[in-house]
Design a binder for this molecule. Structure first.
Ligand code: 8YV
Length: 332
């Protein structure tokens, strides 16, 4: 660890909220990304050779090749984000590099966006807004059977991943009169199931075949890659909708696009994509898909909170203590 005189070099890969960057400048030898141009792998390689602490985001691939070339001084990767599938946790562990994330502070925002998509797709919200934007002068007013959507109240919502965000989605969905169902690695505590009136499904296949709306709220890990595979997507009812505000890699995106195009799945609300920023063009072309550019936690309050969590993790670590939001591969 650098001597107390010399401030630790903290390299931040993307532009963060002003108040967060100001605090970082005060505390650290902060190397900031003023123009927010995503770093190339070459830029990241230079960074890990000099940084004591790296602060990456979901857009940075912190893989085995990069970490194996990191300098011995790199001791902490403080991810600006909850999902750490952009980081090779095993190689970091082997290199003695601690990894932290920013859980909790984006739970409510991401759950709000999930609920927004649960409402938007069946009720054709984006389609209606786009119609008026494109055709207002030609609109000849209300019609009894035009642009009808599907009722959400009373329908079955199947949540995949009942962690913080999954439970926050369940709370909102319950208030909208949806029946709560979930699949998770483990059952949640009985009192949480009772509070949410949530039905646990040990079999994801059986849950998928009976749901009206399925919401993906689990992390992307080797175990959840294409959890919604081509086989599983075919279990869904043709009237069912899929919502994903977690990670695109959890769904076989090309198969999803094909099944929506063939009306074997009614539609989807997607905030994340398998090969972000690339998106299967069929999804973008479909009127029955609402696609958002990864806005789940995109609130100024949420991003400042995430930044403050990064600062706490870095400061706690540099003060010689175990940072509060340490992640281990075993957690996923
Ligand atoms: C972040 C997210 O904005 O936290 C996550 O996992 O996907 C988003 O909330 C993004 O990861 C920033 O790195």
């Amino acid at each position: 660890m650098p001597s107390s005189a010399k401030k630790p070099v903290v390299i931040v890969t993307r532009k963060l909220p002003e108040v967060v960057e100001t605090r970082m400048r005060e505390l650290f030898d902060a190397r900031l990304n003023i123009d927010d141009k995503p770093m190339s792998q070459r830029d990241l390689l230079e960074a890990v050779k000099v940084a004591d602490v790296l602060v990456p985001t979901v857009t940075d691939r912190i893989d085995r090749s990069l970490l194996s070339q990191a300098g011995p001084q790199l001791k902490l990767i403080a991810n600006f984000g909850t999902g750490v599938d952009n980081i090779d946790l095993d190689t970091a562990r082997v290199r003695g590099i601690i990894v932290t994330n920013t859980p909790g502070v984006l739970t409510e925002d991401t759950a709000d966006m999930t609920m927004a998509l649960v409402l938007a797709v069946p009720r054709r919200l984006a389609e209606g807004a786009r119609f008026l934007k494109d055709n207002a002068p030609k609109w000849d007013g209300w019609s009894p059977t035009w642009m009808l959507g599907h009722r959400i109240w009373g329908k079955r919502l199947g949540i995949i991943g009942m962690g913080r965000i999954g439970q926050a989605v369940a709370r909102r969905a319950k208030a909208f009169g949806l029946q709560i169902h979930y699949h998770n690695r483990r059952r949640v505590a009985e009192e949480i199931e009772q509070e949410l009136e949530a039905t646990y499904w040990d079999s994801l296949d059986q849950m998928l075949a009976r749901m009206d709306i399925v919401s993906v709220n689990c992390p992307h890990t080797p175990a959840t890659y294409h959890l919604l595979s081509a086989r599983r997507l075919k279990l869904l009812k043709p009237s069912a909708y899929i919502v994903n505000t977690a990670r695109g890699e959890v769904i076989d995106e090309n198969e999803l696009a094909r099944l929506i195009e063939q009306r074997q799945i009614a539609g989807a609300g997607l905030d994340v994509f398998e090969n972000e920023p690339a998106i299967n063009p069929k999804l973008l072309a479909s009127e029955r898909v609402v696609a958002l550019p990864h806005l789940g936690s995109a609130t100024i309050e949420g991003r400042i909170d995430m930044g403050e969590k990064v600062i706490i993790n870095v400061k706690t670590f540099l003060d010689g203590h175990n940072p509060p939001d340490r992640v281990h591969a075993a957690m996923f």
